[in-house]
Design a protein around this ligand. Structure first.
Ligand SMILES: [Zn+2]
Length: 153
């Protein structure tokens, strides 16, 4: 992918202001369950560089493999705008060192695209969730931690 500012002309997703947080990604058309929607692109980082990025509060770092991470905080990666939700309609998936966002439900045109960022419980109090879903647990954590969190609050 060329390293340039994105044009907001993705065939499946459109990016604009979100009621959840900042900018968000929205379905440009109806999208069927299982469909790959968009690649999450960025700069490859060594583990050392990634650690530094995380210390600098860069929250766009994805684990690729044992050697490299991906820094998605770049202008040519509109997928970074897709918000976290406790009841998401998408999921992220790493295949052959590339990160994809794909639909886990049938999504209607205009719906906001969301996925669970998969954070662990470290510093979860700093990651308030405003996803607005009925079962929002209040913080951005991976689904496997929902029960623990409910017991804590
Ligand atoms: Zn939530």
């Amino acid at each position: 992918m060329p390293k340039k500012k994105f044009k907001n002309d993705h065939p499946l997703a459109i990016f604009k202001k979100s009621p959840i947080h900042g900018w968000g990604g929205f379905a440009r058309t109806d999208i069927r369950k299982g469909k790959r929607i968009i690649e999450y692109v960025g700069e490859k980082l060594t583990k050392e560089e990634a650690e530094k990025a995380l210390e600098d509060q860069n929250c766009y770092v994805f684990t690729l493999n044992d050697e490299f991470d991906l820094d998605g905080s770049v202008s040519w990666n509109p997928a970074r705008y897709i918000n976290h939700s406790c009841a998401p309609n998408c999921k992220s998936d790493v295949k052959r060192d590339r990160v994809w966002i794909y639909a886990i439900k049938n999504i209607k045109k205009g719906e906001e695209l969301t996925y669970n960022y998969g954070h662990d419980l470290d510093e979860y109090l700093d990651r308030l969730c405003h996803c607005g879903s009925e079962n929002c647990v209040g913080y951005m954590v991976a689904e496997e931690h929902f029960d623990t969190l409910k017991k804590l609050h």
